[in-house]
Design a protein around this ligand. Structure first.
Ligand code: ACO
Length: 347
């Protein structure tokens, strides 16, 4: 009996802009301290995209270009490109559209997915359907956000949390049984009040008044979001484990969304996983929203082995949350060597 083709991640790449914003610099901007940020969030520094006219697409295109180069993929061979982002370059056209133009991918479907911090897992889930039904053979999924464009750097409760970055993966059919085995996407729109951007959409378009009232920034009620995030990350991980008969000792890696180190540790503890099997990059990138999960894969790629059982979990604004289970399809150390330079990162 032949195994139906599964969508497998066959390559990853990432990009973070060169400029760093450290806790020490933030402590000069608002009433905070390195000790508070480190203890409450685990973040030490984050990368910030600077430069007039550079949006999310700039970082996403860098990540996608690297991905195509690394895999020797010609732009004409890409069948579909999906961009998960909460900070699109423009209301329209989609950022995915702009990225395609920047990297030379023409005449294929491209669209954005908006599910806040769960957007990358939502996008993988969508992309996997195109592969499984035979409609596409090479799908690029990129998660990218320029959070610095919607963060209020006078609000100490949010400005310490976020950073900018992008991460991209290639999805291709795998008939050996590796790839995405199960995925769950969930939402609860009543959570909007706790985490949203008040102005700039059709409900409250931009005006001199909305700008003066500082309504174009992330509004987050941290404690309420924290409570939901802890509960839903654990719930979705438990559901993925139960549906796939996974015990903690069978899981090689947890790849959690990076919003807060305490949320990550709590999810791992509820799953019964030691922290050495959990991907953590929050200390150096902060919360890059849709980029956190692919940036984790990029950083940890040299340590991933074919057959590794990998559980993903995310929680974000909306509220949205998602879980995914995959068996890793390739030897990551060989892939980062074949890149010619390794990824030079200290996961
Ligand atoms: N420095 C110093 N003190 C601060 C800072 C800061 N940067 N920020 C807040 N505080 C203060 C508060 O003012 C408060 O003081 P008070 O007691 O005098 O009022 C105190 O610290 C405690 O505030 P809390 O909000 O209760 O702090 P908490 O320990 O909950 O940490 C945090 C805040 C880090 C934001 C946490 O709530 C959190 O991680 N929330 C979840 C974030 C998340 O998961 N978001 C979802 C994904 S993001 C997305 O989808 C876009």
């Amino acid at each position: 009996m032949s195994i139906p083709a599964r969508a497998a991640i066959t390559a990853v790449h990432g990009y973070v802009p060169p400029d760093l914003l450290t806790n020490a610099e933030l402590a000069r901007m608002v009433d905070t301290s390195d000790a508070w940020i480190t203890e409450r969030t685990g973040i030490k520094e984050r990368h910030i995209l600077k430069g007039t006219g550079l949006g999310t697409s700039h970082m996403a295109a860098e990540a996608v270009r690297g991905l195509l180069e690394k895999t020797g993929t010609a732009p004409r061979d890409v069948d579909l490109l999906i961009c998960a982002t909460t900070t699109p370059d423009m209301q329209f056209p989609s950022t995915a559209n702009l990225i395609c133009d920047m990297v030379g991918v023409r005449n294929v479907g491209s669209f954005d997915v908006q599910a806040a911090c769960s957007g990358f897992l939502y996008s993988l889930t969508i992309a996997a359907q195109f592969i499984a039904n035979g409609a596409a053979r090479k799908v690029v999924v990129v998660g990218a956000d320029k959070m610095s464009s919607i963060v209020d750097y006078t609000d100490r409760a949010t400005c310490v949390l976020f950073g900018d970055g992008a991460g991209a993966v290639m999805l291709e059919p795998d008939d050996r049984g590796y790839g995405i085995i199960d995925a769950l996407i969930r939402s609860d729109g009543s959570g909007m009040i706790h985490l949203h951007q008040k102005a700039g959409g059709s409900r409250l378009p931009a005006s001199a008044e909305t700008v003066a009232a500082r309504l174009h920034y992330v509004h987050q009620e941290g404690a309420a979001v924290y409570k939901f995030a802890i509960a839903k990350m654990a719930e979705v991980s438990a559901e993925i484990m139960a549906r796939n008969n996974l015990r903690a000792d069978m899981i090689d890696w947890l790849v959690p969304h990076q919003a807060n180190k305490r949320i990550i540790e709590s999810t791992a503890e509820r799953m019964g996983l030691p922290m050495d099997r959990v991907m953590v990059t929050i200390h150096k990138y902060g919360n890059t929203t849709n980029a956190t999960i692919p940036l984790c894969l990029w950083d940890y790629e040299p340590r991933l082995r074919r057959g590794d059982r990998v559980v993903f979990a995310a929680f974000g604004g909306g509220f949205t949350w998602a879980g995914l289970y995959a068996q890793w399809s390739y030897d990551g150390s060989a892939a980062s060597r074949s890149n010619g330079k390794g990824n030079g990162k200290d996961a």
